[in-house]
Design a protein around this ligand. Structure first.
Ligand code: KG4
Ligand code: ZN
Length: 335
């Protein structure tokens, strides 16, 4: 069995997975969403302090499995440096005390393998990764052959939902709440610009769309005068924004697929829970006679089960790292 630790952002999570059967033997996650909600986003130092409390609480429940562990896996990049450090410190201590090797896991590969928890992988596969920090199209041939085809040059898809929610005073994280309001609203109420519509490049950008939403909000606030924005206006803004944000992804995906064949498309990352995005990808896959691969909703956002799943592959190919060499990085250097 492998014990894995995830602390790259605001979720403290530990999982234990069987190397032989891929069974997820144990999994727990303590989310910090409530604590960060008042600030409208994740506060790194607060997140690190909360990991210090949460991770040992979860680890105590894993003690009975310690004798069966063959390795300790931990997310090392990308993520918030101060929070990654908490997971790595715990992983090092466990590796020393249990005298078993360490495995350093790339968080984004974790998201990719979130679709194959308790299952064999289905690589090669085209990946759409949408999270709070990333928006990427990736061609994944195997665990160690992954190529980024296109990515965002500014905000990410999930982050743009967080920023729209913050501007509307809806709290953090923005994705679920914007989706909830959007479901009640009119998607055509406001015409927002689809980013990079004319550009032939496979790349994403969300800062311009965020600004366009800001101007719509200012305009509506002026009309409302002293009153708060009505539920109807908020719903219409959320619906129009969500449609445009997803349209941007779909346009770029379609552009890319004009040149590349599609057999399997996996949508991964916290924002892959978005139902409008899922519906659009379903239609796209139907048109291409391709298989759509989705993670169960509980494994879309950050979790240690996906980290353990990648670690099983790394264990089998003996991809270990020494106590001296293990290091964290806030940015992804390479896949
Ligand atoms: O993967 P994740 O848990 O953390 C990162 O690695 O970033 O993704 C969190 C992001 C947040 O930005 C959140 O607002 C977004 O995913 N998200 C959504 C939805 N659920 C979560 N975005 C759009 N629609 C959703 N339903
Ligand atoms: Zn993530």
């Amino acid at each position: 069995m492998i014990l894995s630790i995830e602390s790259s952002c605001d979720d403290s999570s530990i999982a234990i997975t069987s190397i032989d059967t891929l069974e997820l033997v144990y999994h727990k996650k303590i989310s910090q969403e409530l604590e960060h909600s008042v600030y409208g986003g994740v506060v790194p130092e607060l997140a690190a302090r909360l990991h210090i409390e949460a991770l040992p609480k979860i680890l105590i429940e894993c003690e009975k499995y310690f004798k069966d562990l063959k390795a300790i896996a931990v997310t090392t990049a990308p993520g918030l440096s101060v929070t990654l450090m908490e997971g790595v410190t715990m992983a090092k201590a466990l590796s020393i005390s249990l005298n078993i090797p360490l495995i350093s896991v790339n968080h984004l590969k974790g998201h990719i393998y979130s679709t194959w928890i308790q299952k064999e992988d289905e690589l090669p596969c085209t990946i759409l990764l949408v999270s709070g920090g990333h928006t990427q199209i990736i061609e994944a041939k195997s665990l160690n052959e992954m190529q980024i085809i296109g990515q965002t040059s500014d905000d990410s898809f999930g982050e743009s939902f967080d920023k729209v929610a913050k501007m509307l005073g809806l709290g953090y994280p923005g994705g679920p709440v914007v989706q909830k309001y959007g479901a009640k609203g009119n998607k055509d109420a406001y015409t927002l610009p689809i980013p990079l519509r004319q550009s032939p490049k496979i790349e994403f950008s969300y800062s311009g769309l965020k600004n366009a939403v800001r101007l719509v909000i200012l305009d509506e606030q002026e009309k409302a005068g002293d009153k708060e924005l009505s539920d109807e206006v908020i719903s219409d803004i959320c619906a129009s924004f969500e449609k445009t944000a997803v349209d941007h992804i779909m346009m770029k995906l379609k552009k890319y697929l004009k040149k590349a064949p599609l057999e399997k498309l996996a949508i991964v990352g916290g924002a892959s829970a978005n139902l409008y995005l899922r519906k659009n990808c379903e239609e796209l896959c139907k048109k291409h006679h391709a298989k759509l691969i989705l993670a169960p909703l509980e494994f879309c956002s950050d979790n240690a089960a996906m980290i353990a799943r990648v670690a099983v592959e790394q264990y089998k190919s003996k991809e270990f790292i020494s106590l001296e060499d293990i290091d964290i990085s806030s940015r992804l250097k390479e896949f």
